[in-house]
Ligand binder design. Sequence first.
Ligand code: PMP
Length: 417
Amino acid sequence: MVIRTPPRTTPRRVPALGLLASIRPEALAAPESGIVELFNYGRGREGLIPLWIGEGDLPTPAFVHDAITRSLEAGETFYSPQRGLPDLRAAIARYMTTTYDAPFSGAGEFTTDRFSVTVGGMHALHLAIRLVAGSGDEVLIPTPSWPNFAGALATVGAHPVDVPLHIELGTNGENRWALDPAAVAAAINPNTRALIINSPANPTGWTATRAELEGLLAIARHHGLWIIADEIYGRIVFEGRRAPSFHDVMAEDDRILFVQTLSKNWSMTGLRVGWLEAPPELGATIETLIQYSTSGVPAPIQRGATIALETGDHFLALQVKRFRESRDVLCAALKATGRVHFALPPATFYLFCDIEGEPDTRALARRLVDEAGVGVAPGTAFGPGGESFLRLCFARNPASVAEAAQRLSAWLTAARA
Ligand code: PMP
């Protein structure tokens, strides 16, 4: 089943007259994020436990903070190379080699010419989209999905096409989200340019198996499509050291762009630094796109990123341990209500759960703010198939997540009685 996607939430109202009517339709095409809408509704409520936004509660680690301060004190406040400081690009290449061994089978280490430093993962995603899709082009997205994929496509006049994920029984006896390659193939038409594959995925936690990645790559090769691989949660996994990656299955000439960020692994969401990885031939083009969009990332922030990649594994390990504890507390409490159904997320810090008897989660999320004191993201924000779900971000200390879980269970049990 293929769904041509209308906007995910209420499109902004465009008055017949006035300034808005005179600007480009692409600028208005992106719907307001349903996550931000709820955040704005509940922001500042006293005592509310926020599980709505995708970030942790730990401060940026001191070793990152100190590197930024040292850079500022050394006067690094001028323009820097558009694709990033050489030190940071070298640190990214080393980090990628340590984590993924090689960019593709048979290759040596990762080389710096594959990487361009960006203003967070969102900027890397934007650059990737600008490279491969434009007005009238279609891009496939396994859905439920992070709304920024569809939103970013809309701003360049491209059309998101949702391909539904489904839940199946995994080999370990647990339910898992999965993608049927036939559904992807069926969604392709002459206007299709690319697939956005976010694995491990926000909001579902879908973590593609190596076989799923191979299947998707075969389809992309067959149809000459680009893959935009958002693997930013690849290290936030609860078994093993990392999730399967397109790096495990790709060949040198595959058309794959990788989105990455420091935001989640190192509690750096507000510092805005990430990278785009692309075949080296695209380097000069990406450099001009950076020049004409952001003109680079502040050097002190890049110094912080360098230290994080070089010495920050212990911090990431600490975070993953906390996420796991919080996940388990949350899942156990919600399961016990008998009203909440989910596939246990093997990765990320999101629980995407179906609430029995609550088909309108936009309204439900507001009631949970008002009556349970918990901020959650309504499934309606994540496209078709997510409407009866809530996304709960459990990237908080386990005690606070336990308290949120207790409030939600009490509310759900009382609401049924
Ligand atoms: N990709 C996914 C799947 C995300 O969930 C996010 C952040 N929520 C990003 C990219 C963007 O990360 P950043 O904050 O670095 O822009």
